[in-house]
Design a protein around this ligand. Structure first.
Ligand code: NAD
Length: 357
């Protein structure tokens, strides 16, 4: 049985462990927090159960399948054990470059040189993490999307030192795990976090300039086939999380005006209005359920933009960013389109517009 080591048993680490178990791999999971391992085990058991239910097995076979997979999940109390037992290690600890460098330094010291060391970072340069190791050729980004068992996309991000053989092996593993690997350059926001950025930034610009309100913009994008409008999305992900990602991409790309975070986001975060998790964002929430648009954003302008104009404005900015990213060599336009479809649920019409960019 092939073994993967997973470092960090939070939302992403548990999801990565689950998909590896589903694919028949053995998983060795490590976290500094014992409770996180227990929570991950429960989450993985539930996830495997949901997966088994779709396999059309009878009730006894479902239990057998789940227990069989879970038997291949082990815990490593120390990082060293994991590094020596796995052929691939995926790191999913907190998004902090110094923490990730410390983890990679330790893994690099213990793991034989042919073990692939992957990071699930959303935004940190792969190069900055690889630099902490003596074998940068085996360090690569494998950027999974949340929730990992559901989202097919994995951005495969070689750093400047990563060997072609490691890219090939890591890509093959992602295929074996049922994922759709898309290769992209080690650049700010990779593909989705960069090209999908204007979805929220341009919505905020429309709001700032008073030509459309929160409700109208969200409705227009939902009617265009997106599962969620930009403001609902920010509330759900956390306005602070969205702002941090926006700042990262904006500064990483040299502060281009069109990607500058909005003062509205800045103000909401400064006020502790972070979206669903704080009970207030663009919408108000009671008991975790959305109640209404926050009074500050409730009034619609007297002559608002038509829904089709709202959609066109937002998609034009996404399309322009897709073109810039392709020109910058981040990925081909075809791969960018696939990444938006799988990583941000873009409907076909919207993808056709991006393709025409
Ligand atoms: P999380 O907070 O749910 O989990 C992080 C886990 O790492 C925690 O259980 C914590 O105890 C553990 N940890 C901290 N220091 C550690 C150490 N030194 N060794 C071992 N474990 C340690 O975070 P998450 O949402 O799972 O994110 C993990 C990584 O994945 C981050 O880099 C994040 O940017 C990236 N990511 C997150 C998402 C997302 O939507 N949540 C999507 C893609 C990528």
């Amino acid at each position: 049985m092939t073994t993967v080591g997973v470092v960090g048993a939070g939302a992403m680490g548990a999801g990565i462990a689950q998909v590896a178990l589903e694919a028949g791999w053995e998983v060795v999971l490590h976290d500094v927090d014992e409770d996180a391992i227990e929570r991950a085990r429960t989450r993985i058991r539930d996830g495997l159960g949901r997966r088994a239910a779709r396999l059309e097995l009878d009730a006894d076979s479902i239990d057998d399948w789940v227990e069989g997979r879970l038997a291949a999940l082990r815990e490593a109390h120390v990082l060293d054990t994991l590094a020596t037992e796995a052929t691939l290690v995926v790191e999913a600890v907190l998004e902090d470059v110094e923490l990730k460098r410390t983890v990679f330094r330790a893994l690099d010291a213990e793991a034989p040189p042919d073990v692939i060391l992957a990071t699930n970072t959303s935004a940190l340069p792969i190069g900055a993490i690889a630099e902490a190791t003596t074998h940068g050729e085996r360090v690569i980004g494998l950027h999974f999307f949340n929730p990992v068992p559901v989202m097919a996309l994995v951005e495969v991000v070689p750093g400047s030192l990563t060997s072609p053989a490691v890219v090939k092996r890591a890509t093959a593993v992602m295929l074996e795990w049922g994922k759709t690997p898309i290769r992209c350059a080690d650049s700010p926001g990779f593909i989705v976090n960069r090209v999908h950025r204007p979805y929220t930034i341009e919505a905020l610009r429309l709001l700032e300039s008073g030509v459309a309100g929160v409700d109208a913009i969200d409705s227009a994008m939902r009617e265009s086939g997106f599962p969620m409008g930009p403001f609902e999305l920010m509330d759900l992900a956390g306005i602070d999380v969205n702002l941090a990602a926006a700042r990262g991409v904006w500064s990483g790309l040299g502060h281009p005006a069109h990607l500058q975070p909005s003062p509205i986001q800045e103000r909401l975060v400064a006020d502790g209005r972070l979206g669903t998790k704080s009970g207030r964002g663009f919408y108000a929430y009671a008991d975790g359920r959305r109640s209404a648009v926050e009074p500050e954003f409730a009034s619609e302008p007297p002559a608002p933009l038509a829904p089709t104009d709202i959609r066109d404005r937002i998609l034009a900015t996404v399309a322009a960013e897709a073109r810039r990213a392709a020109d910058d060599g981040v990925a081909s336009l075809d791969d960018i389109v696939t990444a938006l479809r799988l990583g941000a649920a873009y409907p076909d019409d919207a993808l056709a517009r991006v393709r025409r960019a």
